[in-house]
Design a protein around this ligand. Structure first.
Ligand SMILES: [Zn+2]
Length: 172
């Protein structure tokens, strides 16, 4: 099922050139999710979100990635959720330009990696922090380091789904 909304006002440039595509997806062990993608043809602004029509209440999710197989666990993040890897001191905060996504644990590491690559260090300390973060992320992707992935979602829409385990690890 797909729905398109055309000519809406773009929140970035204010022109009526925003196209929004709403796709319903059935995710294993998660249920129905609505993936919303908006794109402005004038300025290139894009925004994606994963939504449920129902607010499920504040939820904290956590998965300990202690096996490379868990890099393939499915991660559903709504735009309002915070994603953290405490061991590496990494955090993805919600904001007006934060996007929801459906990816894997490895895909989340990719996002942290490209965000870290974009950082322009202004001091020796920041340069060290950037290099450490990149090394830790790459070792994690290679399955050489164990870490915890946490999602803090005020709407409770996000999810972590392990393909060979019916229960996504959860903490209220
Ligand atoms: Zn625009």
């Amino acid at each position: 099922m797909e729905q398109v909304i055309d000519n809406a006002i773009c929140p970035a440039c204010g022109k009526k050139t925003l196209r929004t595509v709403i796709v319903e997806k059935e995710l294993p062990r998660f249920g129905r999710a609505v993936l919303v993608t908006s794109k402005c043809s004038a300025c290139g602004y894009t925004h994606t979100d994963v939504m449920e029509l129902e607010d499920r209440g504040h939820k904290k999710l956590r998965i300990l990635v202690d096996d490379p197989k868990k890099l393939n666990a499915l991660v559903v993040r709504s735009a309002g959720a915070t994603v953290r890897i405490p061991e590496f001191d990494l955090e993805m905060l919600p904001g007006p330009f934060s996007n929801g996504f459906i990816t894997t644990v490895e895909g989340v590491l990719d996002r942290f990696e490209s965000a870290a690559e974009k950082i322009v260090p202004e001091s020796e300390e920041e340069k060290d922090a950037k290099e450490t973060a990149l090394r830790e992320i790459r070792e994690a992707k290679d399955g050489k380091r164990q870490f915890t992935l946490e999602i803090d979602d005020p709407r409770g829409v996000s999810g972590i789904i392990l393909s060979d385990d019916a229960s996504s690890e959860q903490e209220q």
